[in-house]
Design a protein around this ligand. Sequence first.
Ligand SMILES: Cc1cc2nc3c(=O)[nH]c(=O)nc-3n(C[C@H](O)[C@H](O)[C@H](O)COP(=O)(O)OP(=O)(O)OC[C@H]3O[C@@H](n4cnc5c(N)ncnc54)[C@H](O)[C@@H]3O)c2cc1C
Length: 320
Amino acid sequence: MKNGNEHYQIAVIGAGPAGATAAVYAARGGASVVLLGGASPGGQLLLTTEIENFPGFPEPVAGADLMQNMHRQAARLGAAVLGEEVASVDLSRRPFVLSTAGGRSFTASCVIAATGAKARWLGIPSEARYTGKGVSGCATCDGFFYRGKEVCVIGGGDSAAEEALFLTKFASRVYLIHRREKLRANFRLQKKLEDNAKVEILYEHVLDEVLGGDAGGAQGERAAAVSVRNVRTGEVRKLNTPGIFIAVGHEPATAIFKGKLPLDDSGYIVADGRARTSVPGVFAAGDVTDRYYKQAVVAAGAGCKAAMEALEYLEEAEKA
Ligand SMILES: Cc1cc2nc3c(=O)[nH]c(=O)nc-3n(C[C@H](O)[C@H](O)[C@H](O)COP(=O)(O)OP(=O)(O)OC[C@H]3O[C@@H](n4cnc5c(N)ncnc54)[C@H](O)[C@@H]3O)c2cc1C
């Protein structure tokens, strides 16, 4: 206890792949560690049913199982794994102070920010109903399941264009649905889309509903089609796309770091190649600092890096 608060050498905020891996490495490195998981301990992988690209699992693994295993591994190595949401951080004094929504306070010599990001969704009820059952926020993760099938991508920026092009490797046809009359994606990507015979761009269209159909076996009803509408003419069209990829951007979960850590213009934490932020002793890992990759294995690797840096920071601080 320091100042009446529970003290840990390393506090990890966020218990997705980045935070959980950081806790594993930090605890195994001999530090006292608390892993604060927030409202969704496990992070974004809880939103998906099967993961086929996390190394070490020859058979698909459920996102929830993978994350539960990471938490158990961190706990076995000595980390305190808590489902507390951090409501505020004070990074201006040492040790750092973390206050939770549940009224607890922790102090820590190092903080690893691993609060992740959230894929933005359209917010229509049928989208939520079929998330993980046809509706996806990640082509790299789920494109493979749509070999020889038709899919659609919603969005018009660079990531929507990248996702659409990536999906042409598997899908027989890719509809890119964009509400405006022009894409926001860069010229090079637009040219690639135009040159790809599998891609059809539906300008000035919006997704109205995701439609079910297939009984889907043990996992319940899956998406089978979408209904899209031309915003200029009002014409409605049904597309038989069992894969629906929402690519309207991501939002990093950085509200608690605003004004305390430098964020870039999209709200991501700015960290260097060694996971260090501009505040000595504060590190960042995973989707909260990653605009590009947004993959569990990349986040886990980043968590490992952040923990190794934090351990080195503690060692240097002890020597000083
Ligand atoms: C539907 C879907 C399917 C996906 N499928 C795959 C796939 O098959 N393969 C793959 O590699 N990747 C997949 N991804 C991407 C992958 O999930 C992310 O890249 C990865 O989860 C990022 O890990 P992270 O730890 O950085 O963040 P997250 O997983 O976002 O975890 C962030 C954690 O921080 C916590 N948190 C946030 N704020 C606070 C706070 N204030 N206090 C305490 N805790 C807080 C959250 O509760 C959560 O526990 C998928 C993503 C989605 C959305």
